[in-house]
Structure formats: C-alpha cells, structure tokens
Write a protein that binds this ligand. Structure first.
Ligand code: ACO
Length: 327
C-alpha cells in the first residue's frame, strides 16, 4: 500500500487532574453508580481546569510524544489535530500547538471526524511520510468534551471526559508500520450525534435557550451502529492487510461503552487480555480515546516489537476507521 514503511515512533498523553466520579454525577442528575457501571463500564472521567483549552492539553501530550520519539519540534513537517472541541472556530488548534511547541517548519491543520478522528489523522499523516512530502508528522487527538456536555442530561453527561493523546509518525524498518486503513462515513446519520452553533445554526439566544450548544445524541441508534461497525471495520482492515483475526496481538478500540467493546471482541473472537481498555478511568474522550489508550498500552509494555496492533473507532458523522499496525 505504501512506498515506505511508516509507523509510530513515539507516543504521549495528558489527562487533566480533576476527576468527576459517578458519585459526583449522582449529585447533578438522576442517576446512580450501579446504572452507569452496568450500562457503560465507566467509573470516572477527567475534567479540564477552567483555564485549559484543547491546545494546552495537546501541547503536553505532544511534548511527551516528541521526547519518546527522540526528535525535536523543529524537525516536524506536519501537525494534524483531530478534535471536535478546538480552542476556537479558527485558526486551527494545530496552528496554536505549532506555535506553542516551536514546530517552525511544520504545516498544520485540524481534522473533524469526531471519535474516528485519530484514525483518520493517522491515515493522512502516514501517507504524508510515505509519499515523501515530509519526514515526521505529529498526530494529536484531543478533546475537552466537558465544554460541550449538558450536565442536566443524564443520558449523555455520564459518558464524556477530557484528555489528549499524541503520536509521532516516521519511517520504520521494512516489515513494520501501518499495513492498511479502512475509513468510512455515512452522512445519512449526521443528525444522530451533533452539536449546533455553525453556519446552519449560528450562536444566538434561541440556540442557547434550547441548549443546542451541547452534544445531542440518539444513544440507541448510535449504539446499534457502533456494534455493527466496530467488528466489520476491523475485519476489513485485516483483510486489506492480508491478515486474520487470530493474528491480532492487541486491539486498541475507541473507548465509548464496555458493551460496544465486548461486541467487537466477540466478533473478532478475541479474549479480553488482547484488548486495551481504560474506559472506566476516563469515559469517552472522543478523538483522544485511542491515542491515550495506545500510550498507556505502550507504557505497560503491551505493545512489543513485531506485534500486530489493530485500532478501531466510530463516531459522529457518522464515521468509522480501523488500521492495522505492525509495532
Ligand atoms: N442513569 C439512570 N438511568 C438512565 C440514565 C442514567 N445516566 N440514562 C438513561 N437512563 C434511563 C433512560 O431514561 C431509560 O429509561 P426508560 O426506559 O424509563 O425510558 C433507560 O435508562 C434505558 O435507556 P437507554 O437509552 O435504552 O439505555 P442504553 O442501555 O441504550 O444505554 C447509552 C444508553 C449508554 C447512552 C448507550 O445507548 C450508548 O452507549 N450509546 C452509544 C453512545 C456512544 O458511544 N456515543 C459515541 C460517540 S460520541 C462522539 O462521537 C463525540
């Protein structure tokens, strides 16, 4: 698929210090710890401090990833930030990060594919290196979902959290790196998961009164879509790579709901030990979920040289993505 072998040469993460537990949510809405844990698998999530914007989280995760990769920011050729909670509508958060880390020669742009954003960004970033357009690409998934979460809506406020994960892409030895990508979208599901406040519905008092500045989600529909797409996207990526389900050493899925992850494991016939799960600590961090889980897997020594890793995610759009990576 690629001219050069391109892979991940360093990872990093940052999660805010403040923890919002299920018990804390019991004080805000009519819910309880038992319901949340049973239906979602989530126990707590991180919440950004008032002074923190997406770029602040992204910068720390990026600096960690650069250090792990053993390169400096001025060597970067491109920065892609996957997010639906940028610092502002424009300029891109990627440009803000570029300035803050001192990546003087890097091009920079944001990518909007909701929870699938990190995988979409990996596909773009790895092609940038494979095609020879640049040597090093920084891919970041960052969200401050607490800023667009309605803490009076018990169906959504229990799910989301804040965080950032980053990966540096570069050339790797032949036989390693990304083997395939499977990306997809179904815009007919655009209304199922959305936040207003753009050219269709500009911010005004009516929008605020109707609480449309917050995430709207048709939870059951999204759930059914997720159960269907997680397994099929991962299978399609494996097929493109010429590999089998049994070749997977570690699955790093989007962390939305334990029941969705379990359905993917069932379809891929994988035991839980072959899956990275950190959902209970962080909830759904959208584009940040997969890179944070990946970084924690790397730190825990769960991604070993030559291992077959599969990342798979789904999100608003509707969108989905999966990739096979030989570590
Ligand atoms: N506490 C207690 N009860 C609740 C809560 C809560 N927090 N939330 C909903 N309920 C109630 C409902 O009102 C309903 O009550 P009723 O039967 O009296 O009407 C009952 O629990 C069951 O509700 P369901 O919505 O059917 O619950 P379900 O088991 O489907 O779980 C959930 C809901 C967790 C939201 C699930 O649908 C889900 O995970 N959906 C996918 C969400 C997702 O992954 N989104 C990802 C994309 S995010 C992005 O891209 C930014």
């Amino acid at each position: 698929m690629f001219n050069k072998a391109v892979g991940i040469i360093g990872t990093g993460k940052y999660v805010p210090e403040k923890i919002l537990t299920n018990k804390d949510l019991e004080q805000l809405v009519d819910t309880n710890d038992e319901w949340i844990v049973t239906r979602t698998g989530i126990s707590e999530r991180r919440i950004a401090a008032e002074h923190q914007a997406a770029s602040d989280l992204a910068v720390i995760a990026s600096q960690n990833a650069l250090q792990a990769a053993g390169i400096t920011a001025d060597q970067l050729d491109l920065i892609i930030v996957a997010t639906v909670t940028p610092d502002m509508a424009f300029p891109s958060t990627a440009c803000v990060v570029q300035e803050k880390i001192g990546a003087k020669k890097a091009a920079a742009f944001d990518l909007s594919a909701a929870c699938s954003g990190f995988i979409y960004a990996l596909a773009n970033g790895s092609n940038y290196v494979a095609s020879g357009m640049g040597k090093y690409v920084l891919v970041i998934g960052v969200e401050i979902l607490s800023r667009i979460t309605d803490y009076t809506d018990r169906a959504t406020c229990i799910l989301f959290g804040d965080g950032a994960g980053a990966a540096v892409l570069g050339e790797v030895p032949t036989g390693r790196g990304f083997r395939s990508f499977e990306l997809g979208a179904d815009g007919s599901g655009a209304e199922l998961l959305k936040v207003c406040g753009g050219s269709r519905n500009p911010f005004n008092q009516q929008l605020l009164d109707e609480r449309k500045q917050f995430i709207y989600m048709a939870g059951n529909d999204v759930f059914k879509f997720a159960v269907r797409i997680m397994g099929s996207a991962a299978e399609a990526a494996l097929e493109k790579a010429g590999l089998q389900k049994s070749d997977i050493d570690l699955l790093v899925p989007h962390q939305a709901n334990m029941r969705i992850i379990q359905s993917a494991l069932d379809r891929l016939e994988l035991p839980a030990e072959k899956c990275m799960i950190n959902l209970s600590k962080y909830g759904n961090m959208s584009a940040a979920s997969i890179p944070v889980a990946l970084h924690e897997a790397v730190e825990a020594g769960r991604a070993k040289d030559g291992d077959c890793l599969v990342f798979v995610g789904f999100g608003g759009g509707l969108t989905w993505g999966a990739t096979v990576l030989i570590w």
